[in-house]
Design a binder for this molecule. Structure first.
Ligand code: HEM
Length: 158
């Protein structure tokens, strides 16, 4: 009997895909919320959008999203290592996305450290981390759009 591979369970995988896209969408929205552009450009005045202008609301959702995202990434890595890689291999576009996502997570963790009261970074390093978090996030979204147009997924069958 053929072993069950989670990559074949399209229902499960599409649920994962939706969860991942929803998480990235929320992270982008709440990340930009801290800049804080939604209040400045009156988007927070639209009924139902008020929460986007509240710093601590967007801040905590961004933190919760980060915890969820790291859990999701850990799940997908373990799933791929234990089962997926027997039949599937990562595409070049997957490596680009992994590098960019890794950079977003690492710079994000540094931003969290910077927010801790006892951690002090130099102004130059703080600026570097801030700009790179934003820059990698923009590059990721651009890359995701280009790969979608190119129809290049994360994995192909071996
Ligand atoms: C492990 C993942 C992540 C962590 C730990 C993290 C953490 C942070 C932190 C601490 C901030 C500063 C605002 C604050 O203090 O709340 C921030 C800002 C931001 N994050 Fe994230 N983040 C992560 C992932 C993401 C992702 C996946 C995106 C979007 C795809 C994103 C987009 C942004 C944006 C746009 C900002 C505002 C940039 C700026 O103010 O210059 N973050 N993030």
């Amino acid at each position: 009997m053929k072993p069950i591979n989670t990559y074949e369970l399209s229902g499960g995988r599409s649920a994962l895909r939706w969860l991942y896209m929803l998480t990235l969408f929320l992270m982008t929205l709440t990340g930009f919320g801290q800049m804080p552009i939604f209040k400045r450009y009156y988007i927070a005045d639209i009924p139902g959008m008020g929460w986007l202008g509240k710093f601590y609301v967007t801040h905590y959702i961004h933190y919760l999203g980060a915890i969820f995202l790291i859990g999701l990434i850990a799940y997908v890595i373990v799933d791929y290592v234990l089962s997926g890689r027997k039949e599937f291999r990562l595409t070049s576009s997957a490596y680009v996305r992994i590098a960019l996502l890794g950079a977003i997570v690492i710079t994000g963790i540094f931003r969290v450290l910077k927010n801790l009261p006892d951690v002090v970074f130099s102004p130059g390093f703080t600026l570097f981390i801030d700009i790179s978090h934003l820059g990698f996030m923009m590059l990721y979204l651009l890359a995701a759009l280009v790969f979608r147009i190119m129809k290049s997924g994360w994995v192909v069958r071996k």
